[in-house]
Design a protein around this ligand. Structure first.
Ligand code: FES
Ligand code: FES
Length: 398
């Protein structure tokens, strides 16, 4: 059990919790705050949305222990809140709820929009609510209710508040430190100075609990020693990875860079840093990184472990990969397991092909074919083509 202290709805609470307890369970089971609803418990439906340090967050994917020192506001804490009161009235007026299961989370997200939106623009409202699912009402009434409140407040001369008035946000739940996401909210690309405090050197990039893990492998027709040497050259590794660029001079232990992805409707340009460790004796290595994307307000931590296995009497190398990551923010809402898995598989295949070319010295051909970034459309087409082929094979019984 871990002792924590946090402020919930303006009341300081001390508790002892299991490290695995998520915030929603803690609030519902320990504090009887059952207004926070649980739907998917995977960070997808938005039913459990509440405010952590004034920022909407999914309480089902936030550990209670991560909220030590944080300020948490649930729907119960908004009883006397002016905007929440206006939204409740508008939801009733516009028939924006039926069973009401999604409503607490919907109201928290809607309140954040009302604070920030300059105009009651339908598209912005829909985009802002796209992380909250409603299974029974549909969205027309909900969107109308939110637009009405924004409109009425702006007509009354109440100006929007940039970033919802947030000054300094910690990593969700910490309530303590300025982090990449904060810097991103303030605008401008992440730079070295925006990397979280304490992450100014390689060893300070923290380990993390890998929320998703999957593995892959590929084989290249070169001896393990040569492949290991190549994987130690960060510049060459980055050159083999579609969409990746270095943003600083790498050292053997640390690299700063960016990778551009486009997944469905969301483009993301993740910038961050990684620490690199290698084990010559076991022909293995590990890269642990963290990064964030300003536009999609998503952040990620990831880890790649590789192990080189000699094959064909040492003439070829099987590269075994284990990839783990955790993802927060808008991208987490659309990045279904299957999609990320397919994406990683294609990324691995592209990387293997480029690595092969680098090792063979065929860089001209690679440069001509290498896409400028990790193009979402080409990836998506590739993924769809792959899935269509699988479906056809299944239909044909092959
Ligand atoms: S229950 Fe948390 S997002 Fe669905
Ligand atoms: S009102 Fe029932 S899920 Fe939204």
């Amino acid at each position: 059990m871990t002792a924590i202290g946090l402020t919930v709805n303006a009341r300081f609470v001390k508790a002892s919790v299991e490290p695995r307890t998520h915030l929603a369970d803690f609030l519902r089971d320990n504090l009887d705050l059952t207004g926070t609803h649980l739907g998917c418990e995977h960070g997808v439906c938005g039913a459990c949305t509440l405010l952590i340090d004034d920022m909407p967050a999914r309480s089902c994917i936030t550990y209670a222990v991560a909220c030590d020192g944080a300020r948490v506001t649930t729907i119960e804490g908004l009883d006397d809140d002016e905007i929440a009161a206006e939204l409740r009235a508008a939801f009733a007026r516009e028939h924006a709820l039926q069973c009401g299961y999604c409503t607490p989370g919907m109201l928290i997200s809607a309140r954040d929009l009302v604070l920030r939106l300059a105009e009651p623009d339908e598209r912005s409202v829909r985009a802002g609510l796209n992380g909250n699912l409603c299974r029974c009402t549909g969205y027309v009434g909900i969107v109308r209710a939110v637009r009405t409140v924004v409109d009425q407040r702006r007509r009354r001369g109440i100006a929007p508040i940039e970033n919802g008035g947030r000054q300094a946000l910690g990593p969700v739940g910490s309530g303590k430190a300025k982090n990449i996401a904060t810097a991103d909210l303030a605008g401008g690309p992440a730079t070295r100075a925006e990397i979280p405090d304490g992450v100014s050197n390689a060893s300070a990039i923290p380990d993390f609990v890998r929320a998703k893990v999957f593995s892959g492998h590929f084989t290249v027709p070169y001896p393990p020693g040569r492949v290991f040497e190549m994987l130690g050259d960060i510049r060459q590794v980055a050159a083999c990875l579609p969409g990746a660029t270095l943003t600083g001079a790498p050292t053997p232990e640390r690299v700063e860079g960016a990778i551009r992805v486009k997944l469905g409707p969301i483009s993301a340009d993740f910038r961050g840093a990684a620490r690199v460790t290698r084990d010559l004796e076991n022909l293995s290595g590990r890269i642990v990184g963290l990064g964030s994307d300003r536009r999609s307000r998503s952040s990620t931590q990831g880890e790649i472990r590789y192990h080189l296995v000699p094959t064909e009497q040492g003439a070829a190398t099987r590269v075994e990969l284990s990839i783990g990551y955790s993802l927060k923010g808008m991208l987490a809402q659309i990045a279904r397991d299957g999609l990320v898995r397919d994406l990683a598989a294609r990324l691995t295949a592209d990387f293997a092909r480029n690595l092969d070319r680098h090792l063979s010295g065929d860089r001209l051909a690679e440069a001509a074919e290498r896409p400028a970034d990790l193009n979402g459309l080409s990836l998506l087409i590739g993924l769809l083509r792959g899935r269509a082929m699988k479906a056809i094979r299944r239909l044909l019984g092959r």
